[in-house]
Design a protein around this ligand. Sequence first.
Ligand code: KIV
Ligand code: ZN
Length: 543
Amino acid sequence: MSGGAPGPGVVRDGVRIFDTTLRDGEQAPGAGLTAAEKLEVARQLARLRVDVIEAGFPAASDGDFEAVRRIAQETKGGIAVAALARCRDGDPQRAIDAIRVAERPHLHVFIATSDIHLTHKLRIGREQALTEAVRWVRHGREQLGRDAEIEFSAEDASRTDPEFLLQVYEAVVEAGASTVNIPDTVGYAIPAEFGALVRRVVDRVGRDATVSVHCHNDLGLATANTLAAVQAGARQVEVTINGLGERAGNASLEEVVMALRTRPTQFPDLGSGVQTEQITPASRLVSYLTGFAIQPNKAIVGGNAFAHESGIHQDGVIKNPLTYEIMTPQSVGLAGSQLTIGKLSGRRGLQQKLRSLGHDLEGEALDVIYREAIALADAKKDVTDADLLALVEQRVSEVPASVRVLGWSVTSSHGGRATGTVSLGIHAEERSVEATGNGPVDALYGAVDQALLPVLGWRPVLTEYEIKAVSAGEDAQGQALVRCRRSSDEGPGALVVSGHGLSTNIIEASLDAYLVAVNKLHGAEINGVSVAYVGRRTGNALP
Ligand code: KIV
Ligand code: ZN
């Protein structure tokens, strides 16, 4: 067992969270960060209260050296700053120089120990690997003193001959390592197997050193392996925000931390000190700075992680969130769970959603919006809050329809005029008219005008036309706004009314808006209203 200088103490209470977003995470192809960006992430990691920030690999470049040094200088409050180094001349000294200023320096040296790596990559034998490991651990201890953390990693540990691995760990602990890390470098391990390996290492050196694990996600098992390791006695876990890292990434901090917190009976007295409410801000910051989007169904931090769409689930969550949520959205820094509206949503879910948007609907009014929302969910990918608000507002401005559209068609081509046909029901009468125009909407409005004039004695005169997308995306709903007066009603006091139309088809939306205005004008005529609203003239050209 170790007779060398003891480290600052083996972790006995809880699990130490070693964040390597700024080192292994940054190794993800395309995830490179500037020194200023690394500093920003380090500040957020400090707010998250991880135990160790692995800030980089100082021998890799002067830029990384400087970034690590600045993080080491700035990070306080008991959070350690680690730097990585290969067990070879130059590297460890560079790392030591970068972290020496830290309140809690944490040197991390590594060398591969599997025969695959020794033979094909390093081209050295086991003996030499062992000698180098011991040499550089000893160097680190001598340079940084008894209180510093000296961590040794046996790269590709999970594919290393276990007997040799144990021999290496024993030797480095003897030389002064206070943490021994077991990397599953290529994500090859399976939880039960990895747990058994960790148990052997804990039994051999766990009295004198903290046993750590570092799992990659090549088989999607990084979190599972990390948790199995904790159950087997590991007391440091190396993780990254959003699971960022080489190839398929590393075990994700948010998954491991929330598993420890959510299942205390499986991990008795093994919580972390992480301020979990800072998880979402950390995830967003890392995603933004690295340009790595978070998949919607990513555990804990994905956009759908607390979203409920199907009617059955929405009903359950409304009655009690425990039915479908194993942790609260607030515990990871979100305002609340989301009810999203899709084809399978229920009326109760929609009602709750509309309430959160400020509209308390029930009975027939709710039924109407519900039918429209479900139809919309069939036509477009996401029904957004803006879509729902537009549907509700549309209903609010509904008017009795004496004039209805029975059908329409339009043809329009590059450079030519458009031809539109509209069939209208005007009271009991049905009229179909064809007209031409500059564009499809102009042609259809012309056809409506011609259909109305002989029956009503006036046609609508458009004073304003506007079309806008309700939400983003190719399948967004278009919302048309028109303002019209009667052709028989001229002058500054003329009655001007507005009309809105809403559809994923902007021509349909435009026609609906026009008909709403027509019906308002007609209704006002019947009721003897002469001035209701004086509109502005915008002179917009019709499409
Ligand atoms: O995956 C790995 O083996 C590593 C070590 C350097 C810890 O990142
Ligand atoms: Zn790694």
